[in-house]
Design a protein around this ligand. Structure first.
Ligand code: NAD
Length: 331
């Protein structure tokens, strides 16, 4: 049970990559934390004071987990994955239905319970595809979101939910904080199975491929992105929650890199030379980068750790997973 001295937090999606790291951080900061998810964290035990396994699409579950006026609610639960999951088209109905239902349930019950503040994790995927046709100068300024034209149903659902939370702020005064995450990565992220994102997929392929071998990559590898290490993402989330700014605001890195160069970086970290075979596959926009002008202005802060520092930690963790899996398979 929560105590009177501790601030209370509910983390929805606490079994996921960002959610499980966030729980750790909040507990360290002295929060009493309840986590909820349909699954437990895969790679380490949850640090939550209480962890409830439950499906947030069910109103009865949401009533059970949101049964008190939490000081802070973090809504990270979503049906999501990397390009292979979001852009194939096969998961569109699930992505829209599952994530929208979760958000509708949570904000409705949260408002009824009188929660003090709620954080919603939106995504860079809400930005119009036509502003991201160039690899060099994509436009991801917050105000460029409208007129809206995201390139995936995942992006449309996030945009709908941003508006949902903002309408509860306007009509009922619920304190809302919204961040648009740009490709968060780090140890304990999904690294195989079809939901992994580019940094993890590249680390896995480099770890699995022998020196001098060949690995596959979707597209020509010239598409650009920026990637933000998990610790910096969480720093941004906490700073936003502690600020008076509602958002939406980008939480991302401005260090843009092509996927080919990202693969080169990982090969250098691994000390390997691997040939790349470019194949057709789901890709998303041509270029994307975080625009940090607004976060600098509103929070007087922006992430500044270099990409390679985070990639080193991530590669070493994934290469260990690959080795552990291989040793389980080979007797
Ligand atoms: P994740 O998939 O690891 O975590 C999401 C969690 O939500 C999972 O543990 C999943 O089991 C849970 N979930 C899904 N459906 C549920 C349901 N019906 N009931 C209860 N739990 C359910 O993803 P993540 O990378 O940790 O992302 C967290 C949030 O940040 C998501 O909302 C995601 O859309 C957003 N985001 C992430 C990134 C990124 O780069 N990782 C980028 C932009 C936005």
């Amino acid at each position: 049970m929560s105590t009177k001295q501790n601030k209370t937090a509910l983390v929805c999606g606490a079994g996921g990559f960002i959610g499980s790291h966030l729980v750790k951080k909040l507990v360290k900061e002295g929060f009493w934390v309840r986590g909820v998810d349909i699954k437990r964290p895969e790679y380490s035990k949850s640090a939550a004071n209480e962890f409830i396994l439950g499906d947030l699409r069910e109103q009865s579950v949401v009533r059970k987990v949101l049964d008190q006026p939490f000081d802070e609610v973090y809504q990270l639960a979503a049906d999501m994955g990397g390009a292979g999951y979001i852009f194939s088209g096969d998961n569109d109905a699930n992505v829209m239905h599952n994530s929208a239902t979760i958000n509708l349930n949570i904000i409705h019950q949260g408002q009824k319970m009188g929660i003090k503040k709620i954080f919603f994790s939106s995504s860079a995927c809400i930005y119009p595809a036509h502003n991201q046709l160039s690899t060099k100068k994509p436009n991801c300024k917050e105000e460029s979101a409208y007129p809206a034209a995201p390139d995936s149903e995942y992006g449309w659902e996030k945009l709908f939910s941003e508006r949902l939370y903002l309408s509860f702020f306007r009509n009922f005064g619920v304190q809302v904080r919204i961040a648009r995450f740009h490709n968060i990565f780090g140890p304990e992220e999904t690294w195989r199975g079809g939901k992994e994102k580019a940094p993890a997929a590249i680390c896995r392929k480099v770890a699995e491929t022998p020196n001098g071998g060949t690995m596959e990559m979707w597209g020509d590898g010239k598409q650009t992105r920026s990637f933000l290490y998990i610790d910096e993402c969480l720093k941004g989330v906490r700073k936003l929650m502690n600020s008076k700014f509602t958002g939406p605001v980008n939480i991302g890195s401005e260090e843009m890199i092509s996927i080919n160069d990202l693969a080169d970086m990982v090969m250098k970290i691994a000390g390997k030379k691997i040939k790349i075979k470019h194949i057709a596959g789901p890709l998303g926009v041509r270029g994307r980068n975080s625009d940090n002008r607004l976060i600098r202005e509103k929070l007087n802060w922006e992430p500044n750790q270099s990409l390679i520092k985070g990639m080193e930690k991530t590669y070493h963790w994934i290469s260990k997973q690959v080795q552990m899996t291989a040793s389980k398979v080979t007797p």
